[in-house]
Write a protein that binds this ligand. Structure first.
Ligand code: PNS
Length: 161
């Protein structure tokens, strides 16, 4: 049976750390679905349509990467999609506690679904969407940390050259 994985998140915005995990996942699993959570934050910087558009553009060359949105419980979405695996990235030990809680709660909710943790390349281990937005809005450089398309869109939003 082909192994289908779901990589869930807010992706506000997609970073090169996410891109790294998705690319690794696409090599490991038959298919990986990038599942963007609807309404994760009350005021996201990137609209849902933009986040979907960006992820689809970045992965247009990888046929086994699909981009979708979901609402409600993650395990229900994973089951609906007939997937077997949830992929989460672990950057540092500090991620572990919350990720461990989520993985065990998801296992309690649906014992058929396994969570698989993957580490991004070291050069992305300190990147988060929140830090990208903060650094860019305060005038810092984020080049190389996010896809070029995200950098362009950030310029448009924050009004920097
Ligand atoms: O990018 P994020 O914010 O780290 O992603 C968090 C996400 C989307 C994986 C998590 O909030 C989630 O799964 N939300 C859906 C609701 C749900 O299932 N909650 C219980 C998780 S144990």
């Amino acid at each position: 049976m082909p192994t289908l994985a779901v990589y869930p998140g807010s992706f506000d915005p997609l970073t090169n750390g996410h891109v790294d995990i998705i690319s690794r996942g696409a090599r490991l699993f038959d298919r990986i679905i990038v599942a963007i959570l609807v309404n994760a934050e009350k005021a996201p910087l990137f609209s849902m349509a933009e986040r979907v558009e960006i992820a689809r553009a970045v992965f247009k060359e990888l046929p086994n990467v699909e981009v979708d949105t979901f609402e409600g419980l993650l395990v229900d979405y994973v089951e609906r999609r007939n997937a077997q695996v949830i992929v989460r990235g672990l950057r540092a030990v500090s991620d572990f506690e919350f990720e461990f809680q989520m993985a065990l709660m998801n296992r309690r909710l649906n014992g058929q679904i396994e969570t698989v943790f993957m580490m991004p390349a070291e050069q992305y281990s300190y990147i988060s969407s929140r830090l990208i937005k903060e650094v860019f809005s305060l005038g810092g450089r984020v080049h190389g940390l996010v896809p070029d398309m995200v950098e362009e869109r950030l310029r448009g939003k924050v009004g920097r050259p």
